[in-house]
Ligand binder design. Structure first.
Ligand SMILES: NC(=O)c1ccc[n+]([C@@H]2O[C@H](COP(=O)([O-])OP(=O)(O)OC[C@H]3O[C@@H](n4cnc5c(N)ncnc54)[C@H](OP(=O)(O)O)[C@@H]3O)[C@@H](O)[C@H]2O)c1
Length: 275
């Protein structure tokens, strides 16, 4: 089994750079699919309160027979829990569902800039962090101005910012802002939910290196230093997306793929989305 590189977060916690995403996996399929991912070698699982499958992710972690310490588990706070007490209570709900003693990472899922106050919400996450029940806390879908507000008004610097990134949305500004402040970038929808896979540039590079366009795209993320967790319910693809460590892209390839940027989102715009 290939060794997945680890990224060291700003508090010293290590996160496997390649993980498994569970968005849109129905709860009834999540235990089995997550077990298949763990069997294939993934040791990092990304879920969220909003996905409705935290319980089944927890069951898979438990039933895998692996040591808890060898699996990195992330969940995210739902958009209806953006107040201090609501956030604390929602975290309790997550812990009950996953049935684990601790989470590795807990994130604010969306900033919701015109609804609630994400600084108050962050203070609840800081309290949870201090309790030791989560190894690291972070944010998701935060624009630099949102992160700046947190940095100016709180104590703990987010360990990660989980944002949409793929060849059609390279997010250079948000990524470099994060890097300047010690915040690791996690790239969600790393293959744009399949939309980039027929791109002629990716097809050409994939033919040259003898890999699929999904593998080339995921490798591009890894070589740029981001953390990724592609989602699939298809065993062949689960294995394919993990098989990224026997080839390398050139600097030229990386530049060509980055140049495909069109600032094109598959998901919501964080400045406008309010739950
Ligand atoms: N923080 C946020 O707001 C946020 C938002 C979205 C996603 N996320 C996280 O990021 C993870 C990944 O993003 P995502 O699920 O939106 O999209 P994704 O991983 O970019 O793409 C998943 C889609 O691509 C297909 N696929 C996967 N591997 C493939 C391959 N090798 N060849 C061809 N098709 C392939 C899957 O199909 P099958 O499943 O049918 O095989 C599925 O339809 C999520 O699961 C979630 O954990 C976070």
């Amino acid at each position: 089994m290939p060794a997945v590189p680890a990224i060291t977060l700003n508090n010293g916690v290590e996160i496997p750079q390649l993980g498994f995403g569970t968005f849109q996996i129905p709860p009834e399929d999540t235990r089995e699919t997550t077990l298949a991912a763990l069997e294939a070698g993934y040791r990092h699982i990304d879920t969220a309160q909003m996905y409705g499958n935290e319980k089944e992710v927890g069951q898979a972690v438990h039933d895998s027979g692996l040591d808890r310490a060898d699996i990195f588990v992330t969940s995210k706070l739902d958009n209806d829990a953006h107040a201090y007490d609501d956030a604390l209570q929602a975290f309790e709900g997550t812990m009950e569902k996953v049935g684990l003693d601790y989470l590795d990472l807990f994130l604010i899922h969306w900033p919701l800039p015109d609804k609630g106050d994400f600084v108050e919400t962050w203070k609840a996450l800081e309290e949870i962090y201090r309790s030791g029940r989560v190894k690291a806390i972070g944010v998701s879908n935060f624009q630099p101005n949102h992160v700046r507000r947190l940095l100016d008004n709180s104590v703990v610097v987010p360990a990660v910012n989980q944002i949409e990134v793929h060849p059609y949305l390279t997010q250079d500004a948000v990524r470099s802002f994060g890097a300047e402040h010690g915040i690791a970038t996690e790239a969600w929808s790393p293959i744009a939910q399949g939309k980039v896979l027929d791109d002629p540039t990716l097809v050409r590079i994939a033919e040259r290196v003898g890999k699929s366009t999904a593998q080339v795209t995921l490798r591009w993320h890894l070589q740029r230093g981001d953390i990724v967790f592609p989602k699939s319910v298809t065993l062949r693809r689960i294995e394919e997306n993990f098989d990224l460590f026997d080839f390398e892209l050139t600097e030229g390839d990386i530049g060509e793929i980055s140049a495909l940027n069109r600032d094109e989102r598959t998901g919501f715009d964080p400045d406008r989305f309010n739950g």
